[in-house]
Design a protein around this ligand. Structure first.
Ligand code: 2HA
Ligand code: ZN
Length: 269
């Protein structure tokens, strides 16, 4: 049997990036057991070999209709699969799916009948939203970064842009490399349509959103870009926590210093 990694160098490159990031998520402690998930829109990279492949599963129904994803292809981490295994064996722990022409179901195309992530509703809704907007975003990452999730247990941090401003003020690079900040989504049941819908609203204003007491969802042109934004925010959270652990409240950069950053780095907010 030929595999997608053998037939399509462009898709292989994207899947290798997924495997690289999956390894980082595990070593950072953000991906216990099957925690977290990754999907990448590979439609633009789909060649005739992929397009001629016959499905290897039944049609699987989605909870949502995705009008902009008709015939789109995605690499998805598998449900119940471990990030640490995805890092080493991506095609045993993830699969390529195609959205069916009814836009309400999908089929697994290759290599193995690995069913996609439990958060498929949120992931595909986000992809649908971005394709509809003509955005270049292709990658969606959900992970459980320890410090950011811990901070979401403090109601004071859940008010609009409070956590964003605190994290930006910890180290200048945070605002430079996560210039749209961190959106907050009040707790919703994992995998639900409600969680997907509220994520969509926030992603018009933010590239990374916090699912209260659960994890983050991040988007990017590729999976490395999505990962980097979560990494930068988590670094800022760690600096805050390190200061608190030394027994003091960190002063944070002044409003003037942050404003200066925005001007010098030409940032949106
Ligand atoms: O895929 O993280 O939110 C496992 C999860 C669900
Ligand atoms: Zn999760």
């Amino acid at each position: 049997m030929t595999t997608i990694l053998e037939t399509s160098p462009a898709i292989k490159t994207e899947i290798e990036k997924v495997a690289e990031v999956a390894g980082y998520l595990w070593t950072k402690g953000w991906a216990e057991r099957n925690g977290g998930n990754i999907t990448v829109n590979i439609t633009d990279l789909a060649d005739d070999t992929l397009k001629n492949m016959k499905p290897i599963s039944e049609k699987i129904a989605l909870d949502v209709e995705l009008p902009y994803l008709k015939g789109a292809y995605f690499f998805c981490k598998g449900t119940n699969k471990r990030m640490r295994d995805l890092a080493r064996f991506p095609m045993d722990n993830g699969s390529v799916i195609r959205i069916c022409d009814d836009c309400k179901s999908y089929e697994i195309i290759t290599d193995k009948p690995v069913k996609p992530t439990s958060e498929i509703t949120a992931h595909l809704s986000v992809h649908n939203h971005f394709v509809g907007k003509g955005s270049d975003y292709k990658a969606v990452l959900h992970t459980h970064p320890i410090e950011l999730v811990a901070m979401s247990h403090n109601p004071a941090f859940l008010k609009k842009d409070v956590l964003t401003r605190l994290l930006w003020s910890m180290i200048p690079e945070t605002k430079a490399f996560c210039p749209r900040g961190l959106g907050i989504i009040p707790y919703k049941i994992p995998g639900s349509v409600e969680l997907a819908d509220s994520s969509l609203e926030e992603l018009d204003d933010y590239d990374v959103v916090m699912w209260e007491k659960h994890g983050v969802l991040a988007v990017g042109d590729d999976i490395l870009e999505a990962f980097d934004q979560v990494d930068v925010l988590t670094k800022a959270a760690q600096i805050y926590i390190a200061a608190k652990n030394m027994g003091f409240e960190p002063t944070g950069m002044t409003d003037e210093a942050m404003q200066e950053m925005s001007i010098v780095f030409n940032l949106p907010k």
